[in-house]
Design a protein around this ligand. Structure first.
Ligand code: NAD
Length: 293
């Protein structure tokens, strides 16, 4: 069994990005600049955004954190997005989800200039991704694809089950893995909450990507010998022994599943750090106008 060390790989890629940034600066160009909009006080969102800002610093990016209160109106948030769209010193920005209930997420996603949409959620980028055109691929799927590529995990001709069909993980990764690409050419089944016979599908799959948000959903009896298992889930479970009173677990029952796998990602230290790194990869592309001139 091989552990896909997302944390280690993320550190390596961030160092590679930092070298490219220093080369840009040496040529007199400005540093890539990522802005993050954080609305309200959701504790998990705070942690994610803090990690993104820290990673920017490690790669020599400039970063700006825009904090808005829970009570922000749709109009005020839209105004901030328009300002970020118009700011020539900012290459890309994200609006951290989830947003408060009174905010229309879809309107927010559509308001972001697709050329600065480094989360890849705008229909322009999502549509281009589905067509196999260059675009900002959503960060978590890009992180997974990058990890599979760097570790040389074969996907071509393999059967792959993706569990969960969210717009940010399950749906895009299912599209990417089925496309004709270096990491792709898999026969993908998207398993969701209404699927019938999910257990049989999972038991026959060479690759399983779990993205549902249910702690330890994927048990050893659902995984065949030699499978590749990618655990996207980040779930807080109560743990009185832990300093914060909780610990993070994935959607995979790691202890029981890992011995059966050829490759598996841990939680934490797997997909999470790769997601943040993928965001930096997209921001670097934005700064160098690699996708949109
Ligand atoms: P989500 O929470 O929006 O939706 C869950 C999906 O799971 C839905 O599509 C639903 O149909 C499906 N589902 C629910 N119960 C199911 C069942 N019993 N069988 C099959 N499918 C079922 O999804 P999300 O935003 O992709 O998040 C999923 C998990 O991944 C969460 O734990 C989240 O915290 C985590 N996440 C991690 C990262 C990362 O960087 N590692 C990034 C995004 C999300």
């Amino acid at each position: 069994m091989n552990v896909l060390d997302g944390k280690g790989l993320a550190t390596q890629i961030k160092a590679e990005i930092a070298l490219k940034v220093e080369a840009m600066v040496a040529q007199g160009k400005r540093r890539p600049h990522l802005a993050a909009v954080l609305v309200g006080d959701d504790p998990a969102s705070h942690v994610y955004v803090r990690n993104k800002v820290r990673s920017c610093e490690k790669s020599g990016f400039e970063s700006t954190l825009v904090r808005l209160p829970n009570t922000v109106t749709q109009q005020e948030l839209m105004q901030k997005i328009h300002e970020l769209n118009a700011d020539d010193t900012i290459d890309g920005f994200i609006v951290q989800l989830p947003l408060p209930k009174h905010i229309d997420d879809e309107a927010v996603t559509l308001a972001i200039d697709y050329r600065k949409d480094v989360d890849g959620f705008h229909p322009m980028n999502f549509g281009r991704m589905a067509l196999g055109l260059s675009c900002y691929v959503p960060a978590t799927p890009l992180g997974i694809i990058t990890m599979l590529e760097r570790y040389g995990v074969e996907t071509s001709g393999k059967s792959c089950a993706v569990i969960g069909r969210s717009n940010i993980v399950g749906t895009p990764i299912s599209i990417l893995l089925s496309r004709k690409a270096l990491v792709g050419n898999a026969t993908v089944t998207l398993v969701h909450s209404r699927s019938k016979g999910a257990a049989e599908i999972l038991k026959q799959s060479d690759i399983i990507i779990a993205a549902i948000g249910i702690p330890h959903y994927l048990t050893a009896d659902l995984v065949k010998e030699g499978a590749v298992v990618i655990d996207v889930g980040i779930n807080r479970v109560e743990d009185p022994a832990a300093k914060r009173g909780y610990r993070l677990v994935g959607d995979v029952d790691y202890g029981a599943v890992a011995p059966k796998c050829s490759y598996i990602t841990p939680v934490p230290g797997g997909v999470g750090p790769m997601t943040v790194t993928a965001l930096l990869m997209n921001t670097l592309k934005a700064a160098t106008h690699e996708i949109y001139k």
